[in-house]
Design a protein around this ligand. Structure first.
Ligand SMILES: Cc1ncc(COP(=O)(O)O)c(C=O)c1O
Length: 427
């Protein structure tokens, strides 16, 4: 039962495990949802259909038929280091997604392509059910140059919308919050996108982008707080993971549960993936969101805000974290509504733990993560025992979703790595 209070340690920025008191079995949760599993299937089919176009826009995906997929990697050395006795530990490698190097490509690229097909179809550039790669032609580019995409972002969604949008020929305007890293702004400007810098946080940047889109004709706003298209683009990742698990001979059922650790900012990416996974595995999958101690927006929303938006500022927190992708003060209301009964709970983690895990993952696995993307490891190591207690007699497969980082500049990564290594040696 949700008693509508916050865990006391939360307000003193201490890491916690918050088991979701509103979690329900899959059937009961879906009875309260306004969305359906068919919508995820439609998104999977749309991704398939986008294949030839994606391969034209992102030639690095051509060898894989224009699929925006990432590896699933078993982490033997990490499992050994943290002393896992039973079950398995794997990483879903979205940090190296070939399109834009973060999980946000699953939503952002998907929404840009969906919009391009929509307006391109209306303009007669492609026939209904026809070959979509025509949308990468010079004629289509000229058409798209008369249209604008707007988005508010801390960085990675902006890059996904910016790169896909600019390659199609759209004018792209990205509104960025004060936490956005300078290099993330610069790489967008280098693409030809217009970057609008805000001295305010993510929610304000999203609001400004929404208002700017409403003022300009031929504009499409990619709404990180409210877009169902983004949500379903992320949800389609669930089938990819399910196929990879099956391919590796990993059974998922109630006796062999799957625990998935998902970094959470505004909630769209982890929420969409959770929604998709639940439709495949039902109660055999348990999804755990991970948020920074200063920005636990989904936690405060689910703990306090059944019927109103709540921000971390309302709870005496400051939304300060080095995990720029997770620096969000107010969660998506759409995602909060859809995941309220689906997620197992939320872990909060300190910035130092992110840096330590960024360094471990580089040393042991040569995975180049950004701080946000290392958060799942910190959560598993600090609270895995407690989270797994109800399933402790079972063979658990743990998947940590590593959500971004492969394309960060060398100097940026080297600085975080040095910091992480120093923290490790001082332990
Ligand atoms: C690297 C990384 N991980 C996780 C997330 C969280 O995604 P969401 O904001 O959809 O919850 C983000 C968001 O930008 C991100 O950049």
């Amino acid at each position: 039962m949700n008693d509508g209070t916050l865990p006391p340690r939360l307000q003193s920025r201490k890491p916690i495990w918050w088991p979701n008191p509103d979690a329900l079995g899959f059937d009961a949760a879906m009875a309260r949802s306004s969305l359906s599993g068919d919508m995820v299937k439609e998104a999977e089919l749309a991704w398939e259909r986008f294949g030839p176009l994606l391969a034209r826009l992102f030639p690095e995906t051509a060898a894989d038929g224009g699929r925006n997929r990432s590896d699933l990697r078993e982490l033997h050395s990490i499992a050994g280091m943290i002393g896992l006795k039973r079950g398995r530990l794997l990483a879903k490698c979205d940090y190296a997604l070939q399109t834009t190097g973060s999980i946000k490509a699953r939503g952002g690229v998907f929404e840009v392509l969906t919009h391009a097909v929509d307006i391109g179809g209306k303009a007669g550039l492609v026939e209904k059910g026809g070959e979509l790669s025509k949308l990468a032609s010079p004629e289509a580019k000229e058409f798209f140059s008369r249209h604008r995409l707007l988005v508010g972002s801390t960085g990675n969604l902006g890059y996904s919308v910016g790169l896909a949008g600019c390659r199609l020929g759209f004018k792209v305007e990205v509104h960025m919050s004060h936490d956005a890293k300078q290099w993330k702004k610069e790489r967008l400007t280098a693409l030809g996108a217009h970057v609008v810098e805000h001295g305010s946080d993510f929610s304000q940047a999203v609001r400004a982008a929404r208002e700017a889109a409403a003022r300009q004709p031929n504009s499409h706003f990619v709404d990180d707080e409210r877009s169902l298209t983004l949500f379903m683009g992320y949800a389609a990742a669930a089938r990819e993971l399910a196929d990879q698990l099956e391919h590796s001979g990993i059974v998922v059922d109630l006796e062999h549960p799957l625990h998935v650790y998902l970094p959470c900012g505004v909630g769209g990416a982890p929420g969409g993936v959770t929604f998709g996974l639940k439709h495949i595995f039902g109660d055999a999958v348990r999804c755990i969101f991970v948020e920074p101690v200063g920005s636990p927006c989904m936690l405060v929303q689910l703990a306090l805000g059944a019927d109103r938006p709540v921000s971390v500022y309302d709870c005496g927190l400051d939304n300060r974290t080095i995990a720029d992708g997770l620096a969000v003060a107010q969660a998506s209301q759409l995602v909060a509504r859809e995941t309220r009964h689906l997620i197992e709970g939320i872990v909060t983690v300190e910035d130092e733990s992110l840096l330590i895990w960024l360094a471990h993952m580089w040393r042991l696995e040569k995975m180049r993560l950004e701080p946000s993307a290392a958060s799942g490891f910190a959560a598993l190591v600090e609270f895995g025992g407690e989270i797994e207690a109800p399933n402790s007699s079972k063979e658990i497969t743990r998947v940590v979703w590593t959500t971004g980082g492969a394309y960060q500049p060398e100097t940026e990564f080297a600085t975080a790595l040095e910091w992480g290594n120093k923290l490790i040696s001082s332990m």
